[in-house]
Write a protein that binds this ligand. Structure first.
Ligand code: SF4
Length: 214
């Protein structure tokens, strides 16, 4: 059943906590400029796919297991329908908001990808509902813009240790799962030997494995 002791997720939880700290900093620096809050589920309603790296996926599975059985069954049923919206969205709120995936935490807040910048792609991202009172993106305090490439790199390193310590093999970025697969119990019997590529997995720039922003 691929049981994972809770302490294995300490590094991943620490990364999530740092992202949370960054968001507190942004809200304090720009009071009234951030619309991301309970009751706004636009990201979850528009996200075309949610692909999770192994540590994110197994962590999500552990959070799902703590829900009452009838609720787990309801989410599993919701996962049979294509996204959007995300099957975990319930009554306009994430049912696992406190423990939502890293990617979901970064939505809406300012992120910058130096890697995208080098190939001339739009590198700065934030929700169009935020910072409407500012004159332009260049006015943002650099301390309030998350380097998403660095966060992604850190996530890959955590995954490398997670996969090596659990299964004794090297992490491969094609080891990735859709949120629907997590809900449908795919992880219980997963092994790296039988791993296959999720379309689009392995890219950077989203804090997760090959997701696209809504
Ligand atoms: S996991 Fe939660 S926060 Fe992430 S897209 Fe789904 S409902 Fe939204």
């Amino acid at each position: 059943m691929n049981e994972i002791p809770p302490e294995v997720f300490a590094e991943y939880e620490a990364l999530n906590a740092r992202v949370e700290g960054f968001q507190v900093r942004v809200r304090e620096r720009y009071p009234g400029q951030i619309e991301c809050r309970a009751g706004c589920s636009e990201c979850c309603r528009r996200i075309p796919r949610l692909i999770l790296s192994p540590v994110e996926a197994f962590y999500l599975r552990e959070q799902l297991r703590q829900l009452p059985p009838e609720e787990q069954a309801r989410l599993r049923e919701a996962s049979r329908t294509a996204m959007p919206p995300c099957p975990i969205l319930t009554d306009d709120a994430c049912r696992l908001h406190r423990n939502r995936p890293l990617l979901c935490r970064t939505y809406g807040y300012p992120t910058l990808s130096p890697e995208l910048l080098t190939i001339g792609e739009p590198a700065l991202n934030y929700c169009y509902k935020n910072f409407t009172g500012l004159t332009g993106p260049n006015t943002l305090d650099p301390d309030c813009v998350m380097n998403v490439d660095r966060a992604t790199q850190e996530l890959w390193e955590i995954n490398a240790r997670f996969v090596r310590e659990r299964w004794g093999v090297a992490f491969d970025r094609s080891m990735a799962f859709t949120v629907q697969e997590v809900l449908q119990g795919v992880l219980d019997k997963w092994s790296p030997a039988g791993s296959r590529r999720v379309a689009g997995a392995g890219g950077s720039g989203g804090g997760g494995a090959g997701n696209s922003r809504p």
